[in-house]
Design a protein around this ligand. Sequence first.
Ligand code: NAD
Ligand code: MG
Length: 384
Amino acid sequence: MRTITVLGATGSIGASTLDLVRRNRDSFRVLALTANAQAAELAVLAREFGAEVAVVADESRLADLREALAGSGIEAAAGEAALVEAAARGADITVAAIVGCAGLAPTMAAIEQGKVVALANKEALVSAGFVMTAAVARTGATLLPVDSEHNAIFQCLTGNDPAHVRWITLTASGGPFRDWSLDRLHAATPAEAVKHPNWSMGAKISVDSATMMNKGLEFIEAFHLFPVGVERLRIIVHPQSIVHSMVEYRDGSTLAQLGPSDMRVPIASALAWPERMDTPCAPLDLAAIGELTFRHPDESRFPATRLAREAVIAGGAAPAILNAANEIAVAAFLDGQIAFTRIVQCAENVLESCPLPPPASLDEVIAVDREARVKAREAMEPVR
Ligand code: NAD
Ligand code: MG
């Protein structure tokens, strides 16, 4: 029996995680569950799983949460400090599944406990980069990637010496607009962007998949998780999302991890690691899928991956700035304020106009993130 905390319990990754916990009640005891503002939904989950504490980030929802938990004996709390406190309760395994840089401080608090952190919240690692990996090294925490590509790479590296890696290849579905012309991309709507062909995900990551910024963020995530050097990382478009990523070694052997497009597979891999657990996913039927295809990304239509590579090479605060500007631009797009193609343009403009020294601590990362958000909001003049 292990204790588990789910940061971002009401989201897509949170739901997939809790689905696995529900099917394995004998293996996990839930410590803390958190959400942004969904007090009622969170209370239902906290009651179902008998959590010790439930936390909403939005303090204006505390009264609702308290009311919904009345008589349950479950603690209710709210605000950023309460999120961090919940993450610091030392669960054996913490699933970091908040979306965006909002998840950074609680994820770092979990890492400080030196236990297992299953990381879905890629924006936190993109922003904090070396600060986070240094904390992992210092505390002896185990950082297990939940992002399907990174979980695949992690599995393909197991038992091998990273010194022998020739390439790490991240696969990308290409998103819902993979074959769209630039003109059509310009007019893409939020409803079209959140409709991913292969995966069912939260709105922000769905837009990131459509711009390919998701793959850009994942490139930076891979750079920090698997230190083989930026020149050994590459991206290939694979529309079927069955091969989740690959590692090629110096002898010409390529190891790949394959599986259904269901996040419960990589989440289960992290929850059970180094063991394995059952998932309800249908076995992979390659004969029914028939064809797996691959092609090079088109960075003229989807410049986000180029931008991310440049940010890694520039180093310092660049990845944190890129991430913050992208978060603001995606929110503006979802809100109907800017055109689809302006999202990545805006991130690029902010990146160029915002040279900040490399952040050396969590507080400095948060300061960079805040400043880049201000710049991004200024850069957001509507074009429609
Ligand atoms: P989601 O929008 O479905 O859920 C986000 C969760 O974070 C919710 O519980 C929400 O209440 C909480 N949250 C939002 N804003 C918050 C704030 N300001 N403070 C505290 N909590 C907040 O998102 P998701 O699709 O589950 O993605 C979560 C993370 O996992 C993202 O970083 C995403 O990139 C990553 N990820 C998701 C998938 C997927 O299939 N959904 C795959 C790989 C990686
Ligand atoms: Mg991914």
